[in-house]
Design a protein around this ligand. Sequence first.
Ligand code: UDP
Length: 239
Amino acid sequence: MEKREFKYEGKAKKVYLTDQEGYYWIEYKDDATAFNGEKRGQILDKGIVNNRLSATFFKALEQEGVPTHFVELLNDREQIVRSLDMLPLEVVVRNVAAGSLAKRIGAEEGYVLSQPVVELYYKDDALGDPLVNESHIAAMGWAKAEDVAEVQAMGLKVNSVLRAIMAKAGIELIDFKLEFGKYNGKIYLGDEISPDTCRFWDMVTREKLDKDRFRRDLGQVEEAYLEVYRRVKEVLGDA
Ligand code: UDP
C-alpha cells in the first residue's frame, strides 16, 4: 500500500489516505495533551510505544473475536487501519474508581468496583465530551440504540481480554476509553489502546504506568510508557 495525501491531524495521530480505498495510513506522534487540550507537551517516543502497543492489543483482540480497524504494522510509528465511519461516542469501561468517576461518586481513587462500569461520553471538544446515557443518544440521534448496545457489549469483552493480558504483565487495568466506527454496516473497534487511553497500575507497587504521570506531573512519564510496552511484549510478543 502507498501513503497518499494528508487527511487529518488529531491530538496524538496524523491520518493519511492510501492508494486503496477504505484504508488509512496512521502516524503516531509524541504530542501529549490533557484536560481537553489545555495542557500540552511531548512524551519522548510515546508514538512508538503507542503504535506498537495498540497493534499488539488489536491483534490479541481480533484473536478473541473482537473486530478492530487494525490491518498492518508498518514500522515504529505507522500502521494501516480500515477507515471507519466513527460513532461520536467514547466508551469508557472501569474496574476501579479513578479520575472523573472517583470525583463524581465521591469514592477514593483505587476503590474497587464490584462489577465493571460502562460509561458513554458524547465526543465534542467544545462541550468537553459530556457524560451521556442511551436516552440522550437516542433523543439526539447520535447513534442507533442497537449500535450503542453493541459497543457497550464489545467494551465489556475488551475489558475481560485486556484485563487478563495485563494481569499476566503484573499490571492492573483500572479503566480505559474506546472508540468505535462502522465499515460496510459492521462495527469495529477503532482509535488506539495505549497508556494514553488506559489507566494501568503496577499490581505490586500500585505505581501509575499511564498518562496520569503526564496529567499530574508525576515524572518518569517516558519510563512508564516503555515499562508497559516491555511487559506486554513479554506476554504477547511483538506485533
Ligand atoms: N480517557 C481518554 N480520553 C478522554 C477521556 C478519558 O482516553 O478524552 C481515558 C482515560 O485515560 C482513562 C479513562 O478514559 O483511562 C477514564 O477517564 P476519566 O473519565 O477518569 O477522565 P480523566 O480523569 O482522564 O479526565
